[in-house]
Design a protein around this ligand. Structure first.
Ligand code: F0G
Length: 458
């Protein structure tokens, strides 16, 4: 068959200049930032791969929607557009807007979790797990073992192990499990998808015990694309159809609209149960705002309504994931150790293999993120021991298997030439890896320490 490459399904109408400062300047900035890339100023960054959260480029249609903001305190027209987009494309009945994903996590945790409960999930996400713990619950990891192995090439590393889930149910009792927390494309595993077959099996098992599934749908379209590409029987289905099929297998969802849905800010809690909805509708006014804005401006709800429809187009998602794959394949070719298979929202460097001479206590991923910034002004993020935090009972560091640096690609923002420069820089740091020394932590905040912790070179 004749080959035709993917290309961006858009052209550029407005640009934002970026520039690379000097190595000398970067040495000062990263030291001032305590070797934590979260503490750098954006003006001192050349290519920003810190996160794909709130960093997407909006379309001309979304910007037009911004001008149609109805900033009424109650009953904004934009809320009803957003509600309709969510109901149509994600299939959930009831919608509560929140300021972003963790606002929705907070509400659902407060409503469904009681002291002493257990929350099985396909690996954790930092804010999700913290809200479960603050509500009195204990998170239990039930993702398949392959997810913890950066070398395993299994295509659906986001899958839930039915044996592990059954074991939690047998040991803790279904009455102490308010829901299974199921994420589509598992961020902390390296952006790895769950298969529809696995989700159906999880649905059957949870149905037997009357346990809900709460869907972290932050990157559901990317997961749907991987199902279309890889799972038998889905090649002829559209991403939009697969997204709906995933959502229909779950009872409720938390969403950070800042990722898949192509907006700068926003989120929502969605569900099908009218009783849970009534409670959420009441609680949202305490923590977020009235139930028709929940912390979002009217204009942002309009941009979201439009962003949702754009995010599930096959052309869009193919180019989005295609760009990530392009960068990943370049690094693979150069022999740089990355998580396999390449994820959907970023490429994850395996810092344990990259810097084998550092112990995990010397924060290899934190160190590597700082080194890449030093080399080229490219900002990346640690996803390893610092992100994993401490065990809430023993106070010891959690030691995750995966010690990663995430090169997160914002949607529709950078070009293929940017990907080339990023790859060159990572390859250069890799070639010179032996000279790199580790770090010690000199300041540690109590919650979500990775955001504000400070380090010093040993
Ligand atoms: N769930 C997942 C899978 C996420 O990746 C995030 C955010 C959240 C929930 C929380 O949403 O930020 O809107 O409150 N992830 C960002 C990231 C911060 O960089 O991966 P939020």
């Amino acid at each position: 068959m004749r080959k035709r490459s993917w290309a961006e399904p858009y052209k550029i109408k407005m640009v934002e200049p970026v520039f690379m400062n000097s190595q000398k300047e970067r040495e000062i900035y990263i030291k001032e930032a305590g070797y934590n890339t979260f503490l750098l100023k954006s003006k001192d960054v050349y290519i920003d791969l810190l996160t794909d959260s709130g960093t997407s480029a909006m379309s001309d249609r979304q910007w037009a929607g911004i001008m149609m903001g109805d900033e009424a305190y109650a009953g904004s027209a934009n809320f009803y557009h957003m509600e309709e987009a969510i109901q149509t494309h994600y299939g959930y009945k009831y919608i509560i807007p929140t300021h972003q994903g963790r606002g929705a996590e907070h509400l659902i945790s407060k409503i469904l979790i009681k002291e002493g409960d257990y929350l099985p999930g396909n690996m954790y996400f930092t804010t999700t797990r913290l809200h479960q713990e603050l509500a009195g619950g204990t998170f239990v990891d039930v993702i398949i073992d392959e997810a913890h192995d950066s070398e395993s090439n299994f295509r659906f590393k986001g899958n839930i192990s039915l044996e592990k889930l059954q074991k939690v149910i047998d040991e803790k009792g279904a009455e102490n499990i308010p829901y299974v927390c199921m994420a589509t494309t598992v961020n902390m595993a390296g952006g790895q998808p769950i298969s529809l077959q696995n989700l159906k099996e999880v649905r059957n098992l949870t149905n037997k015990y009357g346990i809900r599934i709460v869907h972290d749908m932050t990157r559901v379209a990317e997961n749907a694309y991987m199902i279309q590409q890889l799972e038998e029987g889905y090649a002829d289905k559209s991403v939009a159809e697969i997204v709906l099929e995933i959502c229909n297998l779950t009872d409720a969802a938390t969403m950070s609209s800042k990722k898949d849905a192509l907006v700068s800010i926003g989120g929502f809690l969605a569900m099908n149960d009218p009783d849970v909805f009534e409670q959420a509708r009441n609680l949202v006014v305490v923590y977020e705002g009235l139930h028709t804005y929940g912390g979002m401006a009217g204009r942002d709800m309009e941009a979201l309504a439009i962003g949702i429809t754009e995010s599930i187009h096959d052309d869009h998602i193919r180019a989005r994931v295609g760009q990530v794959q392009y960068l990943g394949e370049k690094l693979l070719k150069a022999g740089v150790p990355i998580v396999n298979p390449i994820g959907t929202h970023g490429v994850f460097l395996d810092a344990k293999k990259f810097l084998p001479h550092l112990t995990q206590d010397q924060f290899p991923a934190q160190t590597l993120a700082a080194e890449i910034y030093l080399d080229s002004g490219v900002r990346t993020m640690e996803r390893g021991i610092v992100s994993a935090g401490r065990n809430s009972e023993t106070g010891e560091h959690n030691y995750p298997n995966l010690e990663l640096v995430r090169l997160t690609i914002p949607r529709r923002v950078y070009t293929q030439a940017h990907m080339d420069v990023i790859a060159e820089s990572v390859e250069y740091v890799y070639e010179n890896r032996e000279k790199i020394t580790g770090m010690k932590m000199i300041f540690e905040p109590k919650y979500l320490r990775f955001f504000q912790a400070r380090f010093e070179k040993i």
